[in-house]
Design a protein around this ligand. Sequence first.
Ligand code: HEC
Length: 201
Amino acid sequence: MTRPETPKANRALQREHADPDEGERPLPWFLVMFLGAMAMWGAFYIYATPSGELSEYGDQRTVAALRPPDQAAGSAAKIDGRQVFGARCAACHQVTGLGVPGVFPPLAGSEWVLGDEKVVIRILLHGIAGEIEVKGARYNGAMPAFKAVGDEELAAVMSYIRSDWGNQAPRIVARSVAEGREATKDRTEPFKGGQDLKTAP
Ligand code: HEC
């Protein structure tokens, strides 16, 4: 069997040297180990990092903190007394609770605020028009009635004024406000000053 004539192109291939090639150059072993270690550490980190349940991670806020206050869970936290105070009372009694000397009496350290809760409830529900002595000073202005405001909101603002500015008196619950409302439901005008507040039924 005669060999078929080698085609021209093959002859050229046999004559020439093979193309040089780069040979094998594996990655250095320490680099491979290092990359492997990085990958393992990454996997472990992802596995070990708690997501969602722990507020120490991220910016430390939980979902509850991001909701508006009135949607927050728990009925006690529903109404922010400080906010109510800012909206309804601070114009006269001031954010500091110190009032304006001679015009608006202070709530900070006031014997009325810290005293019997029934009296505080009466003041808020029906207001005062007449002379009242607060911390040794006499006032003769007009405290508006907040009868139209709900029990929860009044309880929140009363609890607030009894607990800020160094005041320390027990909080007032909405049920007490409702009872005070019922007990004074026949009243149509404000209390006539401090004496009336103490003696009125
Ligand atoms: C328009 C101004 C005005 C607003 C608003 C007002 N007050 Fe008064 N408040 C007065 C005046 C004036 C007196 C003193 C009444 C007097 O002289 O007869 C007073 C008296 C009081 C007293 C009894 C005296 C004392 O200093 O402890 C309390 C308690 C009180 N206010 C709480 C509140 C709360 C709580 C609010 C908001 C819900 C509020 N007031 C909103 C003007 C205001």
